[in-house]
Write a protein that binds this ligand. Sequence first.
Ligand SMILES: Nc1ncnc2c1ncn2[C@@H]1O[C@H](COP(=O)(O)OP(=O)(O)OP(=O)(O)O)[C@@H](O)[C@H]1O
Length: 234
Amino acid sequence: MLVASGLKKRYGGTSALADVSLKLQRGELAVLVGRSGAGKTTLLRCLGGLESPDTGTIEFDGAPLAQTDAAFVFQEGALVDEKSAVSNVLDGVLGRIPGWRAAVGWYPAAEKRAAVEQLHEVGLDGYGTRRVGTLSGGERQRVGIARALQQEPVVLLADEPVASLDPATGRDVLERIADVVKTRNLVGLVSLHQPRLVESFADRYLGLSAGQLVFDMPADDLSVSELMEVYDDR
Ligand SMILES: Nc1ncnc2c1ncn2[C@@H]1O[C@H](COP(=O)(O)OP(=O)(O)OP(=O)(O)O)[C@@H](O)[C@H]1O
C-alpha cells in the first residue's frame, strides 16, 4: 500500500499542497480530479519523487518510497520522435544502467527482451522498430506506458495522460493503464479533467481543491455525474 501523510508544498506565497494524506492500494486505479491549480500535478510529482514536499512522508509497504519505484506516463511530447518505439521504451531504465551504455544504445539483452514484452503488453506487437514520430497519438501514449513499465515500478503515475487525444482514443489509453495496474498489481494514480473517460474502470476517486483532499472514495460510491457536479466542471 502507498501511504502519504501530511504532505505540504509551498511555492513562494502559494500553498500548492496544504496537508494531504492518502492511502492507495495495489491493483487499483485511482483518479485524481480537481480544478486547474488545485494541486494535482504537485501531488503527483511529490509522490513520484520529482518534487520534494516541504513536510510529510511517502511510504510503500512500510518503507520510504524510492524514486525508482514510481514511474510516470508523461504527456505525448515526452517521447523522442527520432528514436524507435523500442528505444523509447528502453529509455525507461535510464536510472538503472550507466548513462554511457544508454548513450551508445548498449542495453543488456534482458532489458531488450523486456522492452519487447512491454510493447506486447500495450498491444504494440510489431511496432518496435517504428520511429515514434510516425505513430498516432494513442500509439505514442501506449509507448509511454510501455516505457514506464520498463522501469518495473510499483507505483504508476500519470498527469493528464490523454489531454491531447480524442475521447475514444483517450479511453483506450486509460483502459490500458487500468489493465497494467491490475495485471502487474501496481498502485495507479491518474489525474484527469474528463473522469467520464474512466467511468467504467476507475476504482477510486480523489478530489483535490486548493491543495486539500476534499474526497477520497470508492468509484462505486460516487457516480461521475455527481463528481462533475462537485466540480461544476461540465
Ligand atoms: N514550479 C512552481 N512554481 C510556482 N508555483 C507553482 C509551481 N508549480 C505549481 N505552482 C502553483 O501551485 C498551485 C498548484 O499547481 P498544480 O500545477 O499542482 O495544479 P493542477 O491541479 O495540476 O493544475 P492543472 O490542472 O492546471 O494542471 C498553482 O497555484 C500553481 O500556480
